[in-house]
Design a protein. Structure first.
Length: 258
């Protein structure tokens, strides 16, 4: 009798779970059709952007909390020790070159070229301005975050000069937002599929390499770089959503939307 009662109870619980699951799915479907679907492709961008943005925010908050509790020392030390194993004069020159790709001078120079090309030649006014927004906004936000957390840089031999606080990495954060925006603009504006994949991979690899270079050169902990990627990703998502919102409303205006 006990086994029969347990089986009946499990069946009843399973039935109840399926009923709740079905109702939840129906509510989600109704919400999507009534609230998201009317916005067309922008609605999909909005949902995806919110999910990604919250994900980046969670990662940053997790790293920041563990950093403040001094729970990242072992992780940072392991990464530093591992990267030091590949140290050589050739690798050092390579890393110094890569880190320059994330320097303010380099990114400002590239941003001005891209801005001029998009705004003056291609006449993509909002695309060009969003490149500047991605760069300047992430830069400004990084300064605020560094001031808020006041984490000192690693006290090891540094192969390049670096000043200011360490968390999150400015090179990692700003390069993620800036090169990520360039990759996105390539993706939506290039017709050639192979070129889209090539430039996306190229920019993602460059961002990752810049982050590694900051650890290798002794100016950042690994957690600084990861936090920089997360914060930069959050800002990038915001910029992309902003650009898509502008495109959506401009397209509706052109069709007589008021």
């Amino acid at each position: 009798m006990g086994a029969v009662h347990l089986q009946f109870k499990n069946h009843k619980n399973a039935t109840c779970f399926r009923r709740v699951w079905t109702k939840s799915c129906q509510k989600i479907e109704y919400f999507y059709k009534t609230r998201i679907s009317p916005f067309g492709n922008f609605g999909n961008y909005l949902i995806g952007g919110l999910v990604l943005g919250l994900g980046f925010m969670f990662i940053f908050a997790k790293l920041a909390g563990e950093m403040l509790e001094n729970e990242l020392k072992l992780f940072d030390q392991i990464v530093l020790n591992t990267i030091s194993l590949i140290s050589s004069p050739l690798i050092t020159r390579l890393m110094k070159g890569l880190t320059q790709m994330g320097s303010p001078a380099t990114m400002i120079f590239l941003a001005l070229i891209v801005w001029f090309y998009l705004s003056k030649i291609k006449k993509h006014f909002w695309d060009s301005n969003m490149v500047i927004t991605a760069l300047a906004g992430s830069w400004f936000m990084n300064e605020l975050l560094k001031w808020a957390f006041h984490r000192n840089r690693p006290e090891i031999v540094r192969l390049v000069k670096a000043t200011g606080y360490s968390f999150p990495s400015g090179h990692a954060m700003v390069s993620f937002a800036f090169y990520g925006m360039l990759a996105y603009l390539m993706w939506i504006n290039l017709d050639n599929r192979n070129l889209r994949y090539f430039f996306t991979f190229l920019f993602l690899f460059l961002v990752f390499a810049i982050g590694i270079s900051r650890i290798y050169l002794g100016v950042h902990y690994a957690s600084d770089v990861l936090a920089g990627f997360a914060a930069g990703g959050f800002w990038l998502v915001g910029c992309i959503l902003g650009l898509q919102a502008i495109r959506y409303y401009k397209s509706n205006d052109s069709r007589g939307w008021k």
